[in-house]
Design a protein around this ligand. Sequence first.
Ligand code: C5P
Length: 297
Amino acid sequence: MSEVAVRVRAQAKLNLDLRVLAREVDGYHQLETLFARIALADDIVVRTGGSRRHLECTGAAAGPTEDNLAWRAAVAFGEWSGWPRGFTIEIEKRIPVGGGLGGGSADAAAVLRALNTMSPAPLAHSELLELAFTLGSDVPYLATDLPLALAWGRGERMLSLSGLEPRGVTLLIPPYGIATRDAFGWLSDEPESGRSTKRAPVIVAPEGLVRWDVLSRRCQNDLEPAVMHRYPELAAVLSKLRAAAGSNITLAGMTGSGSTLFAIGHDARAPDVEAPAGWRLVGTTTPASVVPPEHVM
Ligand code: C5P
Protein backbone atom coordinates (compact mmCIF):
# COMPACT_ATOMS: atom_id res chain seq x y z
CA MET A 1 0.00 0.00 0.00
CA SER A 2 1.34 3.45 -0.87
CA GLU A 3 2.29 5.89 1.84
CA VAL A 4 -0.06 8.74 2.75
CA ALA A 5 1.20 11.69 4.83
CA VAL A 6 -0.60 14.50 6.63
CA ARG A 7 0.90 17.52 8.39
CA VAL A 8 -1.01 18.87 11.35
CA ARG A 9 -0.40 21.68 13.84
CA ALA A 10 -0.90 20.64 17.44
CA GLN A 11 -1.92 23.93 19.04
CA ALA A 12 -1.63 24.35 22.79
CA LYS A 13 -4.31 25.64 25.17
CA LEU A 14 -4.63 28.00 28.07
CA ASN A 15 -7.04 27.53 30.94
CA LEU A 16 -8.12 31.16 31.28
CA ASP A 17 -10.30 30.10 34.22
CA LEU A 18 -10.25 26.83 36.17
CA ARG A 19 -12.59 25.88 39.02
CA VAL A 20 -12.42 22.61 40.90
CA LEU A 21 -16.01 21.66 41.66
CA ALA A 22 -15.70 18.25 43.34
CA ARG A 23 -13.51 15.23 43.91
CA GLU A 24 -14.89 11.99 42.47
CA VAL A 25 -14.61 8.65 44.32
CA ASP A 26 -11.76 7.53 42.05
CA GLY A 27 -9.77 10.67 42.94
CA TYR A 28 -10.41 12.57 39.69
CA HIS A 29 -11.79 16.08 39.96
CA GLN A 30 -14.86 17.61 38.39
CA LEU A 31 -13.88 20.90 36.81
CA GLU A 32 -15.29 23.94 35.11
CA THR A 33 -12.72 25.52 32.84
CA LEU A 34 -12.48 28.07 30.06
CA PHE A 35 -10.21 26.62 27.37
CA ALA A 36 -8.61 28.99 24.86
CA ARG A 37 -6.54 27.67 21.98
CA ILE A 38 -3.23 29.47 21.38
CA ALA A 39 -1.18 29.79 18.21
CA LEU A 40 1.91 28.12 19.77
CA ALA A 41 1.98 24.61 18.30
CA ASP A 42 4.02 21.48 17.79
CA ASP A 43 4.39 20.48 14.13
CA ILE A 44 3.43 16.89 13.41
CA VAL A 45 3.62 14.75 10.30
CA VAL A 46 1.77 11.43 10.38
CA ARG A 47 2.49 8.83 7.69
CA THR A 48 0.56 5.63 7.18
CA GLY A 49 1.14 2.62 4.95
CA GLY A 50 3.05 -0.61 5.51
CA SER A 51 3.29 -2.27 8.87
CA ARG A 52 6.16 -0.42 10.56
CA ARG A 53 5.39 1.72 13.63
CA HIS A 54 7.79 4.52 14.44
CA LEU A 55 7.95 7.77 16.48
CA GLU A 56 10.48 10.55 16.03
CA CYS A 57 10.63 13.58 18.27
CA THR A 58 12.84 16.66 17.87
CA GLY A 59 13.07 19.80 19.97
CA ALA A 60 12.61 18.12 23.36
CA ALA A 61 13.80 15.05 25.19
CA ALA A 62 11.43 12.21 24.27
CA GLY A 63 10.58 9.70 26.99
CA PRO A 64 9.80 6.04 26.29
CA THR A 65 7.81 5.69 23.04
CA GLU A 66 5.04 3.62 24.68
CA ASP A 67 4.38 6.48 27.17
CA ASN A 68 4.20 9.16 24.47
CA LEU A 69 0.61 10.39 24.25
CA ALA A 70 0.80 10.92 20.46
CA TRP A 71 1.97 7.32 20.04
CA ARG A 72 -0.77 6.08 22.39
CA ALA A 73 -3.31 8.07 20.35
CA ALA A 74 -2.25 6.36 17.11
CA VAL A 75 -2.33 2.92 18.77
CA ALA A 76 -5.77 3.67 20.28
CA PHE A 77 -7.07 4.89 16.88
CA GLY A 78 -5.85 1.62 15.31
CA GLU A 79 -7.51 -0.49 17.98
CA TRP A 80 -10.77 1.47 17.75
CA SER A 81 -11.13 1.54 13.98
CA GLY A 82 -8.99 -1.39 12.78
CA TRP A 83 -6.77 1.00 10.78
CA PRO A 84 -3.87 1.78 10.32
CA ARG A 85 -1.51 -1.13 10.86
CA GLY A 86 1.66 0.87 10.37
CA PHE A 87 2.34 4.55 11.07
CA THR A 88 5.20 6.99 11.48
CA ILE A 89 4.79 10.07 13.65
CA GLU A 90 7.32 12.93 13.39
CA ILE A 91 6.93 15.57 16.10
CA GLU A 92 8.75 18.88 16.22
CA LYS A 93 8.20 20.01 19.82
CA ARG A 94 7.76 23.67 20.65
CA ILE A 95 5.24 23.41 23.48
CA PRO A 96 7.00 22.92 26.82
CA VAL A 97 6.32 19.62 28.59
CA GLY A 98 4.67 19.71 32.04
CA GLY A 99 3.78 23.34 31.58
CA GLY A 100 -0.02 23.29 31.78
CA LEU A 101 -0.26 24.12 28.07
CA GLY A 102 -1.59 20.68 27.11
CA GLY A 103 1.45 19.85 24.96
CA GLY A 104 1.17 16.06 25.12
CA SER A 105 -2.62 16.23 24.82
CA ALA A 106 -2.37 18.55 21.81
CA ASP A 107 -0.05 16.07 20.07
CA ALA A 108 -2.45 13.21 20.80
CA ALA A 109 -5.43 15.22 19.55
CA ALA A 110 -3.54 16.25 16.40
CA VAL A 111 -2.60 12.65 15.63
CA LEU A 112 -6.27 11.62 16.00
CA ARG A 113 -7.33 14.42 13.62
CA ALA A 114 -4.61 13.53 11.14
CA LEU A 115 -5.47 9.81 11.15
CA ASN A 116 -9.16 10.56 10.80
CA THR A 117 -8.38 12.70 7.74
CA MET A 118 -6.44 9.84 6.13
CA SER A 119 -8.64 6.95 7.24
CA PRO A 120 -10.55 4.96 4.59
CA ALA A 121 -13.42 4.82 7.13
CA PRO A 122 -13.26 8.01 9.24
CA LEU A 123 -14.86 8.03 12.69
CA ALA A 124 -17.83 10.29 13.37
CA HIS A 125 -16.74 13.44 15.25
CA SER A 126 -18.52 12.26 18.42
CA GLU A 127 -16.64 8.94 18.27
CA LEU A 128 -13.34 10.73 17.77
CA LEU A 129 -14.03 12.82 20.90
CA GLU A 130 -14.97 9.68 22.82
CA LEU A 131 -11.67 8.12 21.81
CA ALA A 132 -9.86 11.37 22.70
CA PHE A 133 -11.37 11.25 26.19
CA THR A 134 -9.79 7.84 26.84
CA LEU A 135 -6.38 9.54 26.43
CA GLY A 136 -6.80 12.38 28.95
CA SER A 137 -8.98 15.24 30.15
CA ASP A 138 -7.60 17.91 27.79
CA VAL A 139 -7.60 15.75 24.66
CA PRO A 140 -11.32 16.10 23.69
CA TYR A 141 -11.14 19.91 23.63
CA LEU A 142 -7.89 19.84 21.67
CA ALA A 143 -9.42 17.37 19.19
CA THR A 144 -12.20 19.87 18.37
CA ASP A 145 -11.80 22.91 16.15
CA LEU A 146 -13.08 25.29 18.83
CA PRO A 147 -10.95 28.38 19.50
CA LEU A 148 -12.72 28.92 22.86
CA ALA A 149 -14.95 26.67 24.99
CA LEU A 150 -16.28 26.41 28.50
CA ALA A 151 -15.84 22.79 29.58
CA TRP A 152 -17.13 20.77 32.53
CA GLY A 153 -16.88 17.34 34.04
CA ARG A 154 -13.36 16.16 33.40
CA GLY A 155 -13.36 18.39 30.33
CA GLU A 156 -15.60 16.29 28.10
CA ARG A 157 -18.67 18.55 28.13
CA MET A 158 -18.12 21.73 26.16
CA LEU A 159 -19.96 24.92 25.34
CA SER A 160 -18.56 26.40 22.15
CA LEU A 161 -18.03 30.15 22.43
CA SER A 162 -17.19 32.68 19.76
CA GLY A 163 -16.48 36.36 19.50
CA LEU A 164 -13.57 36.82 21.93
CA GLU A 165 -11.12 39.24 20.27
CA PRO A 166 -7.66 37.75 19.65
CA ARG A 167 -4.97 39.18 21.91
CA GLY A 168 -1.21 38.93 22.20
CA VAL A 169 0.00 36.61 24.94
CA THR A 170 3.37 36.27 26.62
CA LEU A 171 4.03 32.86 28.15
CA LEU A 172 6.47 32.80 31.05
CA ILE A 173 7.97 29.34 31.18
CA PRO A 174 10.05 28.31 34.20
CA PRO A 175 12.85 25.76 33.78
CA TYR A 176 10.76 23.15 35.64
CA GLY A 177 7.34 21.60 35.02
CA ILE A 178 4.63 20.54 37.47
CA ALA A 179 2.91 17.16 37.14
CA THR A 180 -0.88 17.53 36.95
CA ARG A 181 -1.29 14.58 39.28
CA ASP A 182 0.85 16.31 41.94
CA ALA A 183 -1.04 19.60 41.74
CA PHE A 184 -4.42 17.88 42.18
CA GLY A 185 -2.92 15.83 45.02
CA TRP A 186 -1.79 19.01 46.82
CA LEU A 187 -5.40 20.23 46.62
CA SER A 188 -6.66 17.45 48.82
CA ASP A 189 -3.67 17.91 51.19
CA GLU A 190 -4.82 21.39 51.98
CA PRO A 191 -8.53 21.67 51.34
CA GLU A 192 -8.82 25.09 52.98
CA SER A 193 -6.19 27.02 51.09
CA GLY A 194 -6.29 24.83 47.98
CA ARG A 195 -9.94 24.88 47.07
CA SER A 196 -11.12 28.42 46.71
CA THR A 197 -14.50 27.38 45.29
CA LYS A 198 -17.22 28.37 47.66
CA ARG A 199 -20.57 26.69 47.26
CA ALA A 200 -22.39 29.82 46.23
CA PRO A 201 -24.86 30.11 43.38
CA VAL A 202 -23.45 31.85 40.36
CA ILE A 203 -24.80 32.71 36.93
CA VAL A 204 -22.27 32.14 34.16
CA ALA A 205 -23.36 34.43 31.33
CA PRO A 206 -21.93 33.23 27.98
CA GLU A 207 -21.74 36.83 26.71
CA GLY A 208 -19.34 37.66 29.58
CA LEU A 209 -17.05 34.78 28.61
CA VAL A 210 -16.28 36.46 25.30
CA ARG A 211 -15.32 39.85 26.77
CA TRP A 212 -11.80 40.46 28.02
CA ASP A 213 -12.95 43.13 30.50
CA VAL A 214 -15.32 40.61 32.14
CA LEU A 215 -12.74 37.80 32.02
CA SER A 216 -10.12 40.01 33.65
CA ARG A 217 -12.43 40.36 36.69
CA ARG A 218 -13.79 36.80 36.69
CA CYS A 219 -10.90 34.46 35.92
CA GLN A 220 -9.21 32.45 38.64
CA ASN A 221 -7.45 29.11 38.94
CA ASP A 222 -8.34 26.96 41.94
CA LEU A 223 -5.06 25.04 41.64
CA GLU A 224 -3.11 28.27 42.06
CA PRO A 225 -2.98 28.56 45.89
CA ALA A 226 -1.59 25.04 46.37
CA VAL A 227 0.97 25.47 43.56
CA MET A 228 2.05 28.97 44.66
CA HIS A 229 2.47 27.73 48.23
CA ARG A 230 5.10 25.24 46.98
CA TYR A 231 6.73 27.51 44.38
CA PRO A 232 7.35 30.95 45.93
CA GLU A 233 9.22 32.00 42.78
CA LEU A 234 6.07 31.44 40.67
CA ALA A 235 4.01 33.34 43.26
CA ALA A 236 6.41 36.32 43.11
CA VAL A 237 6.38 36.46 39.30
CA LEU A 238 2.59 36.14 39.13
CA SER A 239 1.97 38.87 41.67
CA LYS A 240 4.31 41.17 39.73
CA LEU A 241 2.32 40.46 36.54
CA ARG A 242 -0.92 41.17 38.36
CA ALA A 243 0.47 44.41 39.72
CA ALA A 244 1.11 45.41 36.09
CA ALA A 245 -2.46 44.49 35.10
CA GLY A 246 -4.17 47.55 33.72
CA SER A 247 -0.99 49.10 32.31
CA ASN A 248 -0.09 46.66 29.54
CA ILE A 249 -1.70 43.45 30.81
CA THR A 250 -5.43 42.61 30.67
CA LEU A 251 -5.22 39.28 32.47
CA ALA A 252 -2.40 37.29 34.10
CA GLY A 253 -2.62 33.79 35.49
CA MET A 254 -1.35 30.23 35.65
CA THR A 255 -2.55 27.75 33.03
CA GLY A 256 -3.75 24.31 34.13
CA SER A 257 -1.64 22.99 36.98
CA GLY A 258 1.31 25.19 35.95
CA SER A 259 4.15 25.76 35.73
CA THR A 260 3.55 28.18 32.81
CA LEU A 261 2.26 31.65 33.64
CA PHE A 262 0.59 33.84 31.04
CA ALA A 263 0.10 37.55 30.49
CA ILE A 264 -2.54 38.70 28.01
CA GLY A 265 -2.11 42.13 26.46
CA HIS A 266 -4.54 44.86 25.43
CA ASP A 267 -4.09 44.23 21.70
CA ALA A 268 -2.52 41.78 19.25
CA ARG A 269 1.01 42.41 20.59
CA ALA A 270 2.41 40.09 23.24
CA PRO A 271 3.03 42.24 26.35
CA ASP A 272 6.58 43.10 27.42
CA VAL A 273 7.30 41.35 30.69
CA GLU A 274 10.33 40.39 32.75
CA ALA A 275 11.12 36.91 33.98
CA PRO A 276 13.80 35.46 36.27
CA ALA A 277 17.03 34.10 34.77
CA GLY A 278 16.58 30.65 33.25
CA TRP A 279 12.91 31.23 32.31
CA ARG A 280 11.79 31.31 28.71
CA LEU A 281 9.47 33.98 27.28
CA VAL A 282 7.31 32.99 24.31
CA GLY A 283 5.03 35.36 22.45
CA THR A 284 1.82 33.99 20.95
CA THR A 285 -1.87 34.87 20.45
CA THR A 286 -5.23 33.65 21.75
CA PRO A 287 -7.84 32.49 20.88
CA ALA A 288 -6.36 30.89 17.77
CA SER A 289 -8.28 29.22 14.93
CA VAL A 290 -7.55 25.60 14.14
CA VAL A 291 -5.39 24.95 11.13
CA PRO A 292 -6.87 21.93 9.28
CA PRO A 293 -4.59 18.93 8.55
CA GLU A 294 -2.96 19.12 5.09
CA HIS A 295 -1.76 16.30 2.85
CA VAL A 296 1.98 16.38 2.17
CA MET A 297 4.44 14.29 0.17
O1 C5P B 1 -6.17 13.82 32.50
P1 C5P B 1 -4.72 13.70 32.76
O2 C5P B 1 -4.18 12.35 32.40
O3 C5P B 1 -3.93 14.82 32.22
O4 C5P B 1 -4.55 13.80 34.37
C1 C5P B 1 -3.38 13.49 35.07
C2 C5P B 1 -3.73 13.30 36.55
O5 C5P B 1 -4.21 14.53 37.12
C3 C5P B 1 -4.83 12.29 36.81
O6 C5P B 1 -4.33 10.99 36.93
C4 C5P B 1 -5.40 12.78 38.14
O7 C5P B 1 -4.57 12.38 39.22
C5 C5P B 1 -5.28 14.29 38.03
N1 C5P B 1 -6.53 14.90 37.52
C6 C5P B 1 -7.61 15.05 38.36
N2 C5P B 1 -8.78 15.60 37.88
C7 C5P B 1 -8.87 16.01 36.60
C8 C5P B 1 -7.77 15.89 35.74
C9 C5P B 1 -6.61 15.33 36.22
O8 C5P B 1 -7.55 14.68 39.53
N3 C5P B 1 -10.01 16.54 36.15
